[in-house]
Ligand binder design. Structure first.
Ligand code: FAD
Length: 448
C-alpha cells in the first residue's frame, strides 16, 4: 500500500519521491507528461542540449548540494561566467562595475546616482510595493535601470502593483553593500545572483534524471494527467485521470500542481472564498525560442538581460557557456525567454512569427546575424512564475486555511505552494517533509 501519493513530476515531486525512497517510504508519483522534470528539463536537438530557461544550481544548502553531488559526481561542475544587461544601447556588466557605471551614466549621471543612494539610505520610506522597495535600496535611477524595468517586464505588472516579495525572492544578494564592494574593488564579484554556480555537464535536467534513476519505475507513473480529485470525510480519497481511469489515495497526498488548478480540482470541497481567492492569483508563462547557430560562440555570458519593453525577449542564454557538451564544435545556440500571460498578444503569436521576432530583436542589439541561424525550436513553460501582486499573501492565506481542512493533503513546489522557489529549496522541502512524516500530525510545509 502506498503511503504517499505525489501529484506532479517536476523537481518538487521527483525530489520528494527521492527522499521518500531513501527513507523506505512507499510512494506513487503521477505526472501528466511522458517525461519527468517539469521546468527543470533539458531538451535535446541533434547534438545540442538546452534547458527550459537559464538554469543554475545554487550552492546554498550544503546538505542538499552534497546529496546532488553524490548522484552526479564529477558531472556537477563549477561554472564561472559573467552576465550582462542590455541597457540604453549597450551591454553593461551585471551587476555594474565602476567603469561600466561611468561609461553608462557619464560623470553627472554617476554623481546623481551617488546622491540618490545617500538620500535613500538616510530617509528610507516604508515599502508597500516593489517600486518603494527598489527606490529605498538604490535610489530611483539605479532602481529603474537595475531592478524596476526588468521586473515589470518579467512579472507583467507595474512595479507599484508588485509586492516587495518580488525582491526578497528574486534579488537575493543584490544589496547596497554588494554594489558598494564592487564599486570600491573593481573586478571583485560579491556573492550575487550571477557569477559562480554549479551546473551539470549534461544540462540541468541531468539532476532530475539522476534523482529519478534511483526510483522504481513502478512508482513513477508518467502520462497520467489528473483531471479530478474526490474528497470524502475531510480526506482526499481518489484521483481521476484524463484517460477515464481512477486511483485510490490511501495515505498522504502532496500536490505540486499549480495551486490555482488544485483549487479547481477540489471544487466544492473548498469554500467559495478559497475559489475566489484562487481566481485572483495568476502565473506568468515563458515562451522559449531556441536558435541553432553555425558559429563557435556568441558571447562568454551566462545570461544577458534585456529590460527594455520594446523587445519581447527578457533574457538570453547560451548553453555552451554552462557546459561545453551543450553544443558541437563549430556551432552554438541561443535560448531566448519571452514572458507573457496566457491569452495576451505575445501568447497568441504563432511560434514561427515569435521566432522571427526574436531573431530580429537579437540582430538589432548585435547579438547575432540572421544568416547564422540554422534552425529554431519553440517551447512553452506554463505557470513559470507565480505573480507576486500586492495582496497575494492574503489570497494565499485564504487558500491555505481552506486546504488545511483536508487532513491528508499538502502542497509543495513553485506553482504548488505559489512560492518563488528553486531546485535546491524544493529538495530541502522534500527532505524535511519526509523526515517529519510520522513525527507530527502534519509535516513541515513550504510557505511563501
Ligand atoms: C526560466 C526559468 C529559469 C529558472 N532558473 C532556475 C535556476 O537557475 N535554478 C533553479 O534551481 N531553478 C530555476 N528555475 C526554477 C525551477 O525550474 C522551478 O523551481 C521548478 O521547475 C519548479 O518545480 P516544480 O516541481 O514545483 O514545478 P514544475 O517544474 O512546474 O513541475 C510540475 C509538474 O506537474 C505536472 N503537472 C501539471 N499538471 C498536471 C496534471 N493535471 N496531472 C499530472 N501532472 C501535472 C507538470 O507536467 C510538471 O511536470 C527556473 C525556472 C524558470 C521558468
Amino acid at each position: 500500500m502506498s503511503e504517499l501519493t505525489i501529484l506532479g513530476g517536476g523537481p518538487a515531486g521527483v525530489g520528494l519521491a527521492y527522499y521518500a525512497h531513501r527513507s523506505g517510504l512507499p510512494f506513487v508519483l503521477y505526472e501528466k507528461s511522458q517525461e519527468l522534470g517539469g521546468m527543470c528539463r533539458t531538451f535535446r536537438h541533434g547534438e545540442h542540449r538546452w534547458d527550459a530557461g537559464a538554469h543554475r544550481f545554487h550552492d546554498r544548502d550544503p546538505e542538499v548540494t552534497d546529496d546532488v553531488r553524490s548522484l552526479l559526481g564529477a558531472d556537477l561542475r563549477p561554472v564561472c561566467a559573467p552576465s550582462q544587461v542590455w541597457t540604453r544601447g549597450r551591454f553593461v556588466d551585471f551587476p555594474p562595475t565602476p567603469l561600466n557605471a561611468a561609461l553608462s551614466y557619464g560623470a553627472f549621471g554617476a554623481a546623481r546616482i551617488g546622491l540618490e543612494l545617500l538620500k535613500t539610505q538616510s530617509r528610507p520610506r516604508a515599502a508597500a510595493n516593489f517600486q518603494d522597495f527598489a527606490d529605498n535600496r538604490f535610489g530611483p535611477t539605479l532602481a529603474r535601470e537595475l531592478l524596476v524595468n526588468y521586473s515589470q517586464k518579467l512579472w507583467g505588472l507595474p512595479a507599484g502593483q508588485l509586492s516587495p516579495d518580488v525582491a526578497t525572492r528574486r534579488l537575493h544578494g543584490m544589496t547596497l553593500r554588494s554594489l558598494f564592494m564592487e564599486l570600491v574593488s573593481p573586478g571583485r564579484k560579491t556573492a550575487h545572483i550571477d557569477g559562480r554556480f554549479l551546473y551539470p555537464r549534461l544540462g540541468y535536467g541531468q539532476i532530475i534524471e539522476r534523482l529519478s534513476a534511483c526510483l522504481s519505475k513502478d512508482s513513477l507513473r508518467t502520462g497520467r494527467e489528473i483531471s479530478g480529485i474526490e474528497v470524502e470525510g475531510g480526506k482526499v480519497r481518489k484521483l481521476y485521470f484524463r484517460d477515464g481511469t481512477r486511483e485510490e489515495t490511501p495515505g498522504r497526498v502532496v500536490s505540486t500542481l499549480p495551486v490555482t488548478f488544485l483549487v479547481k480540482l477540489l471544487g466544492d470541497a473548498l469554500p467559495a472564498a478559497a475559489r475566489e481567492a484562487a481566481e485572483r492569483l495568476c502565473f506568468r508563462q515563458i515562451r522559449l525560442v531556441f536558435l541553432r547557430l553555425d558559429q563557435e560562440r556568441v558571447s562568454p555570458n551566462a545570461s544577458i538581460y534585456i529590460p527594455e519593453t520594446r523587445y519581447c525577449v527578457s533574457r538570453v542564454s547560451e548553453p555552451k557557456n554552462r557546459s561545453s557538451d551543450a553544443a558541437p564544435a563549430g556551432e552554438t545556440a541561443l535560448v531566448a525567454e519571452v514572458p507573457c500571460f496566457s491569452g495576451d498578444a505575445l501568447d497568441r503569436l504563432p511560434a514561427a512569427a515569435l521566432a522571427a521576432r526574436v531573431v530580429d530583436e537579437l540582430s538589432q542589439i548585435g547579438l547575432l546575424r540572421s544568416e547564422r541561424v540554422r534552425e529554431w525550436r519553440h517551447v512553452l513553460l506554463p505557470n513559470a512564475y507565480p505573480v507576486y501582486a500586492v495582496g497575494y499573501e492574503r489570497e494565499m492565506r485564504t487558500i491555505r486555511a481552506a486546504l488545511s481542512s483536508i487532513s491528508n493533503l499538502d502542497t509543495m513546489g513553485r506553482a504548488g505552494a505559489f512560492h518563488y522557489s528553486h531546485l535546491h529549496e524544493q529538495l530541502r522541502f522534500g527532505k524535511d517533509y519526509v523526515a517529519t512524516l510520522g513525527k507530527r500530525s502534519r509535516p513541515a510545509l513550504e510557505t511563501a
